[in-house]
Design a binder for this molecule. Structure first.
Ligand code: UDX
Length: 439
């Protein structure tokens, strides 16, 4: 099938290459000329394991191309909307200008019988509004909402092997036409027996925001328990293990630490609250404000813990920060808890050196006033404290004995509860972590 993908960020670029991998003829459209040139060159504009290989293979088949001209989307039977919906500046709501612009530009090429399939995370009600616009301007064209659940770091795997397919379809016979088109797109995934949920537009939009709100709530729940553990001397890691054995609860997403960041969870819960307010249902989501507050408090607590460990003052202390990306296996620094803490420490007088296996370049651009190092060893030279703020495998596997020889003071703060406390303390380190007693 001929397919277009509008917007080639994390979501769109991976989606375009994955759809070509499934056998379709795909054109990825983006307004950013540099991004398009990079993708055409079979280079990933962001760090995502497995993506560059997939890009190289699919470009090699001739089925995948990239363009800055939306006219190249003409003739596609399905047009996927994959543009970003960032938080509005100074407001909680989502900024829909890229979605609106993408649909507006598509109208010039869209033909009756073609399907616009939205994948971006949007406030509930957006699909209905866009469907009216599309059907009004191009009678016979259809619009469906088909949310995406990919995690950065696993984007290729999640796109090619999703755990469910959600189709938000128009009512009546149009819905059946749209369903068949999407089934044809995802044929190999459908054939594997992947669960499918067919809904109206509004439910499909909400599936995405509800899923992300649940995940954020789960993380903040365990971080709230961490606060209590700090007050009582209990251990949040063992607590998570113990409650996680109950399969109604489950151990996944119960890792206490610095909390969630990135381009999705923080802005999605805020946009969800804003939308609930517009709908007169704000009370239903007031708990998400607390989820957000708990999450942000962890960053403040981390700075306080650093001050505590550094004998009550950050002034002039050398601090090594291991990790800048919002999570491992990513170079994404959007709303990164690690960089937030690093910047706070520096503002409060510490001499901070940040390292990350993939995100130093992005960090330097956004946070030019911080110092950076290429390796943890370089960052930790003569450090008074080492903070592990993103749980990259490289940091989890550090040898505390050899690493201890580099620093001025063997003090480690494990912001992600990712290190083995016993081996670090056995090597003479003072070990501190959120939600756990001093080791
Ligand atoms: C998320 C959703 O998981 C995905 O389904 C959606 O499509 C986009 O948003 P992503 O932002 O890539 O994906 O990251 P995710 O793996 O969900 O982690 C989000 C944040 O939560 C990270 O900062 C991570 O460090 C943190 N986290 C995760 C925890 O603090 N504890 C946990 O137990 C799990």
């Amino acid at each position: 099938m001929r397919i277009s993908v509008i917007g080639c960020g994390y979501l769109g670029a991976v989606h375009a290459a994955s759809m070509a991998e499934l056998g379709h003829e795909v054109v990825g459209i983006d307004v950013d000329e540099r991004k398009v040139a990079t993708l055409r060159d079979a280079r990933a504009p962001f760090y995502e394991p497995g993506f560059e290989d997939l890009l190289r293979c699919t470009l090699g088949t001739g089925r995948l191309s990239f363009s800055t001209d939306v006219a190249d989307a003409a003739g596609a039977r399905v047009h996927f909307l994959c543009v970003g919906t960032p938080q509005k500046h100074g407001e909680y709501g989502a900024d829909l200008r890229y979605v609106d612009a993408a649909v507006e530009s598509l109208l010039s090429v869209l033909q009756p019988g073609e399907l616009v399939a939205g994948k971006s995370t949007v406030p509930v009600g957006t699909a209905a509004r866009l469907a009216e616009l599309v059907e009004g301007k191009v009678p016979g064209a259809l619009l469906a909402w088909n949310p995406e659940f990919l995690r950065e770091g696993f984007a290729v795997e999640d796109t090619l092997h999703p755990d469910r397919l959600v189709y938000g379809l128009p009512a009546g016979p149009d819905g059946e036409v749209a369903r068949q088109l999407l089934d044809e797109v995802y044929a190999p995934i459908v054939a594997r027996g992947t669960p499918q949920v067919t809904t109206d537009h509004a439910t499909a939009e909400m599936v995405k925001t509800a899923a992300n709100s649940f995940l954020a709530t789960k993380i903040s729940f365990i971080n709230a328990m961490a606060e209590l553990c700090e007050a009582t001397g209990a251990d949040v890691k063992l607590l998570a293990d113990a409650i996680g054995y109950d399969d109604r609860i489950g151990r996944k997403f119960l890792n206490a630490g610095l909390g969630f960041g990135g381009g999705c969870l923080p802005k999605d819960i805020r946009a969800f609250m804003a939308r609930a307010g517009e709908l007169g249902a704000d009370q239903a989501l007031t708990f998400l404000r607390e989820v957000d507050n708990i999450n942000m408090r962890r960053r403040i607590r981390m700075v306080e813990l650093a001050r505590e460990v550094l004998d009550g003052s950050l002034l002039g202390k050398r601090v090594a920060v291991l990790g800048a990306a919002f999570k491992p296996d990513s170079d994404d620094i959007r709303d990164s808890p690690a960089l937030n803490v690093a910047a706070q420490l520096q503002l409060q007088g510490a001499v901070v050196c940040v390292t990350d296996p993939a995100a130093v370049e992005n960090s330097r651009r956004e946070w030019p006033h911080l110092d950076y190092a290429a390796t943890p060893e370089e960052a930790a030279a003569d450090a008074d404290a080492v903070l592990v703020l993103t749980e990259w495998r490289q940091y989890r596997e550090l040898d505390p004995v050899a690493f201890g020889a580099l620093v001025r003071q063997k003090r480690v703060l494990d912001g992600r509860n990712a290190l083995d406390r016993e081996t670090w303390t056995a090597a003479g380190w003072t070990y501190r972590a959120l939600g756990r007693r001093a080791g």
